[in-house]
Ligand binder design. Structure first.
Ligand SMILES: [Ca+2]
Ligand SMILES: [Ca+2]
Ligand SMILES: [Ca+2]
Ligand SMILES: [Ca+2]
Length: 258
């Protein structure tokens, strides 16, 4: 598919790796991974609602519908993650910075991602088998209200989405959140109805996944926003990947010390 995925690449690639640039790479090293060929090769959905579009990944074109037959946004091509990127296949909702002072995490912006129908949120046996070309940092964006109904605190995994921790996903705390609590994970905002106001927040969890097929499972609760999946190919081999991995490990270490 002819899409310009390289818009942000020259900013880093054309400069010598000064200390300041390395600092940027450490946080946003994934800009080095911008590439023409898709990293997400396929997405197979299990037990999703049949009256909603299936999950879609960057590069795929479909009609955003709610329900099937009622088109909200025709011929939408899933771009890369960023401000106003659509978040679900059956809503017009889009992503945005968590607050006026906390923008989207740089490590997410420009990456490939997956949109899932919001109405799959309570499906107990929902799942996706996702096949990727490159080793990647995979991020889950999970509604803060999960498990406790409280949008001002992270999701409560006591009874929901136990698979997130079991699979080794850890909170990322590099960028900030709308309540300004450094003990909480980074957040992205959800602009419900795409009217420029952030109405809810999703916290960021990530882990390194090898090339091949991996599985994500149910959200398991109604009345929330379905989770999102962002996939950032790990640049290889070289400084960018090492620094990015370092940033991820730092995030883990920060969590572990608390
Ligand atoms: Ca918006
Ligand atoms: Ca459902
Ligand atoms: Ca909460
Ligand atoms: Ca809104």
């Amino acid at each position: 598919m002819a899409m310009d995925y390289n818009a942000t690449t020259p900013i880093v690639m054309n400069q010598t790796l000064s200390k300041s640039v390395l600092g940027i790479v450490a946080v946003a090293g994934t800009v080095l991974t911008a590439q023409a060929a898709p990293n997400i090769l396929s997405v197979e959905q299990r037990n999703g609602d049949t009256d909603r579009p299936a999950a879609m990944a960057t590069g795929m074109t479909f009609d955003i519908q709610n329900p099937n037959g009622t088109i909200l946004t025709p011929a939408y091509t899933v771009g890369r993650f960023g401000e106003d990127a659509k978040s679900m296949t059956d809503r017009v909702h889009d992503y945005g910075g968590a607050s006026a002072t906390v923008g989207l995490p740089a490590y997410l912006v420009g990456q490939e991602y997956i949109m899932i129908a919001n109405n799959n949120r309570e499906n107990a046996t929902f799942g996706l088998d996702i096949t990727i070309k490159d080793p990647s940092l995979v991020y889950l964006l999970i509604d803060n209200r999960l498990g406790d109904g409280d949008a001002a605190t992270p999701p409560d995994f006591t009874t929901r989405m136990r698979w997130v921790a079991e699979q080794g996903f850890v909170p990322f705390s590099l960028n900030g959140n709308h309540v300004g609590n450094p003990g909480f994970p980074d957040e992205v905002g959800i602009d419900e109805n795409a009217d420029g106001t952030i109405n809810n927040w999703s916290s960021v969890y990530g882990k390194i996944v090898p090339a091949g097929t991996f599985t994500v499972n149910e959200f398991g609760e109604d009345g929330r926003n379905m989770y999102g999946v962002v996939v950032a190919a790990v640049p290889e081999p070289g400084m960018g990947s090492l620094l990015l991995l370092g940033a991820g490990l730092l995030a883990v270490a920060r969590r572990a010390r608390r």
